[in-house]
Write a protein that binds this ligand. Structure first.
Ligand code: UGY
Ligand code: MN
Length: 258
């Protein structure tokens, strides 16, 4: 009786996914991940979720540690931001040492050697990379360690259902921001945003519906989104727990190269 003994095999349709990749936005659901090898990042699974090949000007990866995982390298043109989604690792950046746990992060400016070791198996690490654009009159930012749990979470635009945590300093030396946005169920962006800045994000918790350039997408924990500059964007949280995403944004530079 194949319909009863192998019922689940008949029900799984492998040609279905919520992933879409369009000119000005993408939803990347984990069901389609294919692993990359990144030189210096050993004993781990690396999923390059966003990069230039997609049309983006940032790179976002997700690293999942196996036993004896190490991430060893040096930043050259791109600065690097690591965030521990879950787990534990020891980080050494230009001689500064810190143990990073869930919710901790480290910003690695250009021109620094970094090493993450003693990484607990199963640890998940998010990385954002952006080519650094130096601003005349400002020094390159320093290495910065932090813990999202210690970052204030004020209401966003006076809406108590929305909280915005800004992880990097409000300082023109930085040309990228990384923020954590929390929406209570039913909370939503107050308007459709359309802006020059680009975003990469991953959901840490919850679910909801994202509107991107007039397309509507159900999204949830584990999903990532790329939004190109000027991609109209709006989100509402659904379900029984707050929806939380951590996102990248380019900031603080001249609006034209001419
Ligand atoms: O900072 C932002 O632009 C943010 N409000 N955008 C977003 O969450 N899609
Ligand atoms: Mn935005």
């Amino acid at each position: 009786m194949p319909f009863t003994t192998h019922y689940h095999l008949f029900m799984e349709i492998s040609a279905l996914t919520r992933t879409v990749v369009k000119r000005n936005h993408a939803i990347i659901a984990p069901d389609g991940y294919i692993n990359s090898h990144v030189p210096g990042w050993t004993n781990c699974t690396v999923n390059v979720i966003i990069n230039e090949a997609m049309g983006a000007q940032l790179c976002q990866t997700l690293i999942t540690a196996n036993k004896d995982c190490k991430l060893v390298g040096a930043t050259i043109d791109s600065q690097l931001f690591f965030y521990i989604i879950k787990g534990k690792a020891k980080a050494i950046v230009s001689g500064e040492i810190k143990v990073l746990q869930t919710g901790h992060f480290v910003y690695v400016p250009v021109g620094k050697a970094y090493r993450l070791e003693n990484i607990k198996e199963g640890t998940q690490i998010l990385s954002f990379h952006k080519v650094y654009e130096k601003l005349e009159g400002h020094d390159i930012p320093e290495i910065l360690f932090g813990d999202a749990a210690n970052v204030p979470a004020p209401s966003y635009l006076d809406d108590k259902a929305l909280r915005l945590q800004v992880l990097l300093p409000d300082d023109e030396a930085f040309d990228m921001a990384v923020n954590i946005f929390t929406y209570d169920p039913g909370g939503h962006l107050p308007m459709v945003e359309t802006h020059i800045m680009e975003h990469g994000l991953i959901y840490l918790q919850g679910q909801g519906v994202y509107m991107l350039d007039q397309h509507w997408y159900p999204v949830k924990k584990g999903d990532s989104i790329w939004m190109a500059p000027y991609c109209p964007q709006w989100f509402t949280a659904m379900g029984k727990e707050p929806a939380v995403y951590i996102y990248y944004k380019n900031v603080n530079r001249f609006p034209t190269v001419k």
